[in-house]
Design a protein around this ligand. Structure first.
Ligand SMILES: NC(=O)c1ccc[n+]([C@@H]2O[C@H](COP(=O)([O-])OP(=O)(O)OC[C@H]3O[C@@H](n4cnc5c(N)ncnc54)[C@H](OP(=O)(O)O)[C@@H]3O)[C@@H](O)[C@H]2O)c1
Length: 402
């Protein structure tokens, strides 16, 4: 399609009424432009400019008119008369949207960035254990806690990636006490081995951040036969926490942070098919696992009353990370909405807040987002569901809770 400036009068063969859409400032013509004159204008088979009515044979012009006719005649006159106003309205809306975005973009970006942890509390002498800290939110959380002087144990399944992250954090913060330990949350043997080593090597665990997560992966099972998202996001962290709890209690005051998600709102605990064996939907399984994080937090908070160990859950916001790696749609949405998506550093703020904020010393069983208490869905407040999930999880993991 080529755009030609509209002539004041169309050539006689063009019926102006039939091309009412083709208005100034441009006439939209569906022919290619004419080639440079070679061997006489309008002769031979080369394409020609229909505005120069004398340049083509009458039969060619008729066939081209038919071509334009066929596209034009498929619309009724009412549609024709509506087209320009609609076009101008769309252009107008786009222009206004662009102007608004330019004017308020920085403000929107700042709002999307969410809450910021303003506490400058130091963590010298404290030990932090964080899962899945080789990338994304976990890495930025580990970086900030190392900057505040904590000994940070990065618990990851991929030692090469974890070592690279630990090296970067050590270089960046000057804190040499950033160490890597192997932990695969999709394997209960690995979790038991990891916890055993930590109990042997560490005198204290003051802060445990259950951060690792997997989202919308294809249907797979952990080594122990649990559905991957429920197995890693909930059961893996449930087992890890239970195994480390004695050491955490000995290190009190201590804090546990479970990184959940707003997605818990769309979750249901399907006790009849916890491992999604009868039907699997990656999104729903993720929501179920994140709901389980909130229920686990609330039930654990009750059981830890009086121990000086608190536990809270967190929604980090929508954060640019590797979490969307299994979902093309989510990756695309994250790209399109990029100016509304937090950086990993912004996404880490609420986890950091829950770890360091002085005012949270006694607060337990609360769900946070943007460094303040956040909405908890009714199904995540159901005490019976929380207790039932606790019992089922203990049974699946062969844990005895005294
Ligand atoms: N990003 C968001 O918008 C968003 C929103 C709400 C909640 N969250 C939550 O925030 C947490 C952190 O996510 P992120 O956004 O930082 O995602 P990410 O960049 O994908 O990081 C996830 C981390 O979890 C680790 N992990 C996955 N499976 C594991 C396993 N079996 N054993 C040990 N580690 C495992 C990953 O290790 P590998 O690198 O080896 O895979 C990675 O280090 C997750 O719990 C997620 O559900 C994120």
């Amino acid at each position: 399609m080529t755009l030609y400036p509209a002539p004041t009068t169309l050539p006689p063969r063009f019926d102006q009424r039939r091309y009412s859409l083709l208005q100034p400032p441009f006439l939209i013509v569906i022919f290619p432009p004419p080639p440079p004159p070679a061997g006489g204008e309008g002769k031979g088979d080369g394409p020609c400019n229909p505005l120069h009515s004398g340049s083509c044979s009458p039969s060619r012009i008729r066939s081209r008119e038919r071509l334009i006719d066929s596209s034009a005649s498929s619309f009724s006159p009412a549609v024709h008369s509506l087209r320009m106003p609609v076009l101008f309205t769309i252009i107008g809306i786009c222009a206004i949207a662009a102007l608004l975005l330019a004017a308020f973009g920085p403000y929107i970006r700042r709002c999307a960035g969410g809450g910021v942890c303003t506490s400058d509390a130091r963590l010298d002498g404290k030990t932090v254990l964080i899962t899945g800290a080789n990338t994304g939110i976990g890495k930025e959380t580990a970086r900030e806690l190392a900057r505040r002087g904590a000994r940070v144990i990065i618990a990851c399944r991929d030692l090469t990636k974890a070592e690279a992250a630990a090296h970067e954090i050590r270089e960046d913060t000057g804190n040499k006490q950033v160490i890597v330990r192997e932990l695969d949350l999709a394997n209960t043997k690995s979790i038991h081995q990891f916890a055993e080593n930590v109990m042997k090597e560490e005198k204290l665990i003051n802060i445990l951040i259950n951060n690792a997560g997997v989202m919308m992966c294809p249907y797979t099972k952990t080594t122990d036969g649990f559905e991957m998202q429920f197995g890693v996001n909930h059961l893996g962290h449930f087992l890890l926490t239970c195994l480390l709890l004695d050491l955490i209690k000995q290190s009190a005051p201590a804090r546990i942070v479970n990184v959940s998600s707003f997605a818990h709102v769309f979750g249901r605990i399907n006790f009849k098919d916890l491992q999604s064996e009868k039907g699997y939907d990656g999104g729903l399984a993720y929501c179920q696992s994140k709901l389980a994080n909130v229920l686990f937090t609330r039930e654990l908070a009750k059981r830890l009353k009086g121990t000086k160990v608190t536990v809270n859950s967190v929604h980090p916001g929508s954060v640019k990370s590797e979490l969307t790696r299994h979902s093309f749609i989510m990756s695309l949405a994250w790209k399109v909405l990029t100016f509304l998506i937090k950086t990993p550093k912004q996404g880490a703020q609420t986890s950091i807040y829950c770890v360091v904020a002085e005012e949270l010393q006694e607060i337990s069983g609360t769900h946070f987002s943007d460094c303040r208490p956040a909405f908890v869905a009714p199904q995540a407040r159901n005490e019976e569901t929380a207790r039932k999930l606790w019992d089922v999880s203990c049974k699946l993991l062969e844990i005895r809770w005294d």
